[in-house]
Design a protein around this ligand. Sequence first.
Ligand code: SAM
Ligand code: SF4
Ligand code: SF4
Length: 347
Amino acid sequence: MDMHVPLKFVEAVPVQDRLQRPLRELRMSVIDRCNFRCTYCMPADSLNGRGVFLPLERLLTDHEIETLVRAFVRLGVKKLRITGGEPLLRPGLPALVDQLSGIRGLEDIALTTNGVMLTRLADDLAAAGLDRITVSLDTLDEDVLAYMSGGQAKLEEVLAGIAAAESAGFRRLKINTVVQRGVNDHTIIDLLEHFRGTPHRVRLIEYMDVGNSNHWSPDDVVPNAEWVEKIGRRWPVRTVASDNPAETARRYEYLDGQGEIGFISSITKPFCGGCTRARVTADGVFYTCLFSDRGTNLMPLIRHGEDPQALADRISGVWAERGDRYSELRGAQGRKRPKIEMYRLGG
Ligand code: SAM
Ligand code: SF4
Ligand code: SF4
């Protein structure tokens, strides 16, 4: 049966959660597998045993993802971020993007990737209608990069991916950099220098306690306030005002006009108050927070359901009950159940 019931038959009702936060952004994981083993996300030693990753037949099909995204768009979602795992490992990703870019009301489709497969895919993704790309790159130091990626990342390959994205027309990339004290913090200024004078914006991300396997400790976090001071001593910066309360990064610009930096400070300056993001795993489980320990399985309503309104109603019912503010409460709350791993949930 065709799930694409014309819009006029489906009620479009923007929803709000218990803290009056609307639903605006969907982070859709399209695969949980990855070609890296980043120590802060998917450390290799946590993956022992079979069955860690979803069997491929459990992944939502392209058509099912489209059905799901349409339901979210009806409830107010304007922005979609495609993530994973490593989303470029999903076979036929450009075709999926092409399908999604036709959804009326969806204003922006972005992708977060570790970059290495962009050399093969950037042109096709641009042609398919992808709007923006974020590339994760933690350091320019080859040894540190090798360590942080579990021995998988090669700097020249990530830089080649960035170059491929540029030549495919993605002029302004975001570069996501997770900072870990004692691991890559001594290489951050070099990384910033590399991207100064380009249109790309490095975003320094405070190392987060996502998942259960990265052995996170507060001592590993470099508060972003330290960076603002340190960077300012080298290159004076000033804040850039944002009119978007849902923006995760605080933006600064170099006074000499050489570009911008973003700071994502979910440990020291949580931003739950403006959090309008939903997350869905590659097998169709819906989570209302990056730190959730329980989700809602939408798969039955997507794969076997025949009623797009029932799917939208389920999502909206879950969102209406949402009261998540994990980062604001961090430490003050006891936790009994394990969290979902970030490579399943999507960053
Ligand atoms: N594989 C893709 C990539 O690395 O860009 C997309 C998925 S990854 C889970 C999404 C983002 O989450 C990446 O930018 C990654 O650096 C970030 N991330 C993963 N683990 C993190 C952690 N413990 N703290 C902060 N950011 C993290
Ligand atoms: Fe893979 Fe991205 Fe996680 Fe690194 S951060 S292991 S690249 S999913
Ligand atoms: Fe949103 Fe949860 Fe992160 Fe807070 S902790 S910003 S509610 S995802």
